[in-house]
Design a binder for this molecule. Structure first.
Ligand SMILES: [Zn+2]
Length: 246
């Protein structure tokens, strides 16, 4: 058991996903790719035929965001592979939002359990457990064999086991987290010192703004808006005005 392996959490009671992760790692059946930033990797391979398309989520690293599509493949009866395809792997000429056609294996499991979708959810958990807080998973972008409730279940377990912590534990020198809380945007943070934070986007339900409390800045890659505490207040006011029936 390697102390440096950042997929290992602190001790304490664990959920079924975490139990699966620890056991399969300990017994050497599970291999996870822990690369931190899919956006800088261009080493994708064509997605294999017969891969099951699972779901697509948004993710954040620093102030950037992107999409990651997950696919499951059984190359042999006793082996399951989780493929991740990031939009950044797509050839430039493709002009996607279309699902990218290339990806890479981010988890490989020795298992002949036939419940592929259960395994898929646990492998997606395992991959994100290795990345938080370097990357933060966001909301579901597109459903496949797995849907919104499946992603919420995975995300909820990540939240519980992977130290996404109450924003009040984060250093907040610019009161940006406090402001977002007062504005009803439900900030939440992750990581040892709670440095990675997000909150609901003021422009609508279903996605998040990324908050950098140390610098007192926030941004929404989806709405292409950003700013400081005052800008956040203004965005909330503007959104409320827009929603008010005329
Ligand atoms: Zn937004």
């Amino acid at each position: 058991m390697s102390e440096s392996n950042d997929v290992r959490p602190a001790s304490g009671p664990v959920n079924a996903y975490e139990q699966f992760l620890r056991q399969e790692l300990d017994e050497g059946r599970l291999v996870i790719s822990t690369f931190k930033s899919p956006s800088v990797r261009a080493s994708g391979k064509p997605l294999p035929e017969h891969a099951i398309s699972l779901l697509t989520i948004r993710w954040w690293v620093e102030m950037f965001d992107g999409h990651a599509a997950y696919h499951l493949l059984r190359p042999a009866r006793d082996t399951v592979e989780l493929w991740e395809a990031s939009a950044f792997y797509a050839p430039k000429s493709s002009g996607s939002p279309a699902p990218p056609a290339v990806g890479k294996v981010v988890a490989r499991l020795q298992s002949n359990n036939p419940d592929d979708l259960l395994i898929a959810k646990r492998l997606i958990y395992a991959v994100w457990a290795a990345r938080i807080p370097y990357q933060v998973p966001g909301e579901l972008n597109a459903e496949g064999a797995l849907g919104q409730s499946d992603w919420e279940e995975i995300d909820e377990h990540l939240l519980r086991e992977r130290g996404r912590v109450d924003w009040r534990n984060a250093a907040d020198p610019h009161d940006l987290l406090k402001t977002s809380d007062e504005l009803g945007l439900f900030p939440q943070c992750s990581g040892e010192k709670a440095r990675r934070c997000r909150a609901n986007c003021p422009m609508g339900r279903g996605h998040f703004i990324f908050i950098d409390p140390a610098r007192g800045l926030w941004c929404c890659g989806y709405c292409k808006i950003n700013g400081n505490s005052d800008d956040l207040r203004a965005a909330v006011s503007a959104a409320r005005q827009a929603r008010r029936p005329s």
